[in-house]
Design a protein around this ligand. Structure first.
Ligand SMILES: Cc1cc2nc3c(=O)[nH]c(=O)nc-3n(C[C@H](O)[C@H](O)[C@H](O)COP(=O)(O)O)c2cc1C
Length: 208
């Protein structure tokens, strides 16, 4: 099995998603001997945001010369590396804090690199089609508030809902969320939420 583990919290040892994500990745890897793990710290080494030159190189406008500087070639190589890593993975563990109701921009920058027409999805006469199906994605969601209660709270969630939409668009139907929420609601709620998420992570091997 090939497991890709992504972290996107910049908070190091203080990060809940890093702690829970590491435990989830270890549980899944230990359950399948021979698993190879690729790890990418998107907070330590974030992919650059899509700029004009890179976009032009990725999607050249008809008749326009594609930019070919050393910097663009390096960014194209990184894009290929991220795509290959993602496409090769059987299981992807995504550490994803909620930032301003969505995901950290470092994680969004990774999504912008792997969301490539013809690689992870394509448009057909019948509509969009995902090309990266057959994987299992575990989203390790951490957030200061609570969003899994009322419809109003759920409507504010552009983090888990967004990641489900993105991976679904890529054709991935097996998306599970390991959630620690209410992390800013005092130490009692925080500790219980992290303990529950760690326990949920351990149960993932039973639901594989
Ligand atoms: C810049 C920033 C924005 C945040 N925005 C939200 C938010 O919109 N909603 C929320 O519930 N928590 C928010 N939080 C709290 C984080 O989701 C929470 O601290 C979580 O534990 C972060 O994940 P981590 O511990 O893995 O770093 C925010 C935190 C930061 C630093």
């Amino acid at each position: 099995m090939k497991l890709l583990h992504l972290d996107s919290s910049p908070l190091g040892a203080a990060s809940a998603s890093r702690r829970i994500g590491a435990a989830v990745a270890k549980t899944l890897a230990d359950a399948t001997p021979g698993t190879t793990v690729a790890y990418r710290d998107l907070a330590a080494t974030p992919p650059a945001h899509l700029g004009g030159e890179l976009l032009q190189a990725l999607r050249p406008a008809p008749g326009a010369p594609a930019p070919d500087s050393a910097a663009v070639r390096a960014e194209l190589a990184l894009t290929e590396e991220l795509l290959a890593e993602f496409l090769a993975a059987d299981v992807v563990v995504v550490g994803a804090p909620m930032y301003n109701f969505s995901v950290p921009s470092q994680l969004k920058a990774w999504i912008d690199r792997v969301a490539q027409a013809g690689r992870t999805f394509r448009y057909t006469a019948a509509g969009p089609e995902g090309l990266a199906g057959g994987k299992r994605v575990i989203v390790v969601s951490s957030r200061g508030g609570q969003y899994a209660g009322s419809a109003y709270e759920a409507a504010l969630d552009h983090q888990e809902a967004y990641l489900r939409a993105v991976f679904g668009f890529f054709g991935i139907t097996d998306v599970q969320v390991v959630r620690a929420e209410g992390l800013a609601m005092g130490p009692t709620v925080r500790d219980a939420a992290i303990a529950e998420a760690l326990a949920q992570g351990e149960r993932l091997v039973e639901t594989a």
